[in-house]
Design a protein around this ligand. Structure first.
Ligand code: NAD
Ligand code: MG
Length: 389
């Protein structure tokens, strides 16, 4: 019996993971469920999946979790805080960890899973952007298996199954809700428009990242770490149908791609079952029913500067990707709260990168300090733009 910790259980990836796990009651079960602050949603999941442990990040929410579990007559143990989560992830309550907390908040538990040598289903791309070298090194040293849970990287993982190194990687991008828009039109977009993704149903932060193309930028950095490819061997191609999830070119001229409907349960089933193929609940791909066309176009680097900012941060190295990620998290949060406009997101990230010339990132402390400093600078910039906290 595979025992799975689902971190970010109440989110989009978390609920998809639980959907797949529940299809295989003989083979796997959710033993740990963790969420940020949504106690009622976490309690509802506990009633359905009956985990051994439930963790809420917000300590103030602990009494409500504990009392709710008791009132429901469940044996699930209640925990609160990041340290409790890290201990559960590292301990024998689970052998597989679905890392699906959003943002840099997911780094600590992701690192704990890597250091404990777990099978790590890694959706939390921000941890790779912030501390990719460190995370990959820890996973290697402690023999953790990382299976990427990002549709593009999961596709590449599948294409690389025979062990041959890639010559080049092509990440596909849907283009987001504003594909084809100009910079002037983008200035006025609202949070509601930005989170309405044409192809994928996702949490609010990654939806905004998809709209700015920062998501693809983060994915370029993610791919660099996961597959040890340099920035100049990674290309981005807009593919509005979102059916080809990425491509890998090999030295012999072959290109392999993975296709499927845009539903994250496929990637999660790959991660949970690998190397076996298991049912995910996702239907078979019917290309004719999907319109019979696969289209590709170059991304618009001018209207969507976040993509170029991410490439530049990867090339600069050191603390630059951590700064990029932290400034972006702050800017997206301010945008979602209506405090700044859409184009203030790339502006904030760019200004923060300019204000913090990259230096070597030789330790977790250095990276976390860069993350904290970048957040402070980004917040100051946001406040100066008129966005009050
Ligand atoms: P979401 O907003 O739907 O869910 C986020 C989850 O994280 C929630 O359960 C929330 O309670 C939890 N959380 C937030 N802060 C926390 C904290 N401090 N401690 C513990 N838990 C906390 O987000 P999502 O769309 O599911 O995305 C999760 C991650 O997966 C992100 O890193 C995202 O980039 C990545 N990802 C998502 C998709 C997708 O299709 N949704 C695809 C690829 C990658
Ligand atoms: Mg993706």
């Amino acid at each position: 019996m595979q025992r799975v910790a689902v971190l970010g259980a109440t989110g989009s990836i978390g609920t998809s993971a639980l959907d797949v796990i529940a299809r295989h009651p003989q083979a796997m079960r959710a033993s740990v469920l963790a969420a940020g602050r949504q106690v009622e949603a976490l309690l509802a999941l506990c009633r359905t999946h009956r985990p051994e442990h439930a963790v809420i990040a917000d300590p103030a929410a602990y009494p409500a979790l504990r009392d709710g579990l008791r009132a429901a007559g469940l044996d699930t143990q209640a925990h609160a805080g990041a340290a409790a989560l890290d201990a559960l992830v590292a301990g024998d309550a689970c052998d597989t960890v679905v890392a699906a907390i959003v943002g840099a908040a997911g780094l600590s538990s992701t690192l704990a899973a890597a250091r404990a040598g777990k099978r790590l289903l890694l959706a939390n791309k921000e941890s790779l952007v912030l501390a990719g070298e460190l995370l990959m090194r820890e996973a290697h040293v402690h023999a953790a298996t990382i299976i990427p849970i990002d549709s593009e990287h999961n596709a590449i993982f599948q294409c690389l199954a025979d062990g041959n190194p890639p010559a080049r990687i092509t990440l596909t991008a849907s283009g987001g809700p504003f594909r084809g828009w100009s910079g002037a039109a983008l200035a006025a977009v609202t949070p509601a428009q930005a989170v309405a993704h044409p192809k994928w149903s996702m949490g609010p932060k990654i939806s905004v990242d998809s709209a700015t193309l920062m998501n693809k930028g983060l994915e370029v950095i993610e791919a660099h770490h996961l597959f040890a490819v340099p920035a100049d061997a990674i290309r981005v191609l807009v593919h509005p149908q979102s059916l080809v999830h990425s491509l890998v070119d090999f030295t012999d001229g072959s290109s392999l791609a993975q296709l499927g409907l845009p539903d994250m349960r496929t990637a999660l089933a790959v991660g949970l079952g690998w190397p076996r193929r298991i049912a995910s609940g996702v239907g078979a791909l019917d290309l004719l029913a999907q319109g019979g066309r696969l289209e590709f176009e170059a991304p618009d680097f001018e209207a969507f500067p976040c993509l170029a900012l991410a490439f530049a941060a990867l090339e600069a190295g050191g603390t630059a990707p951590a700064v990029l990620n932290a400034a972006n998290e702050e800017a997206v949060s301010a945008f979602l709260q209506g405090r700044i406009g859409f184009l203030d997101i790339p502006d904030t990230v760019s200004a923060t990168l300019d204000a913090m010339p990259p230096h070597a990132a030789d330790s977790l402390e250095t990276l976390l300090a860069a993350d904290a400093r970048a957040r402070a600078l980004a917040q100051a910039r946001i406040a100066a733009r008129g966005g009050q906290a």
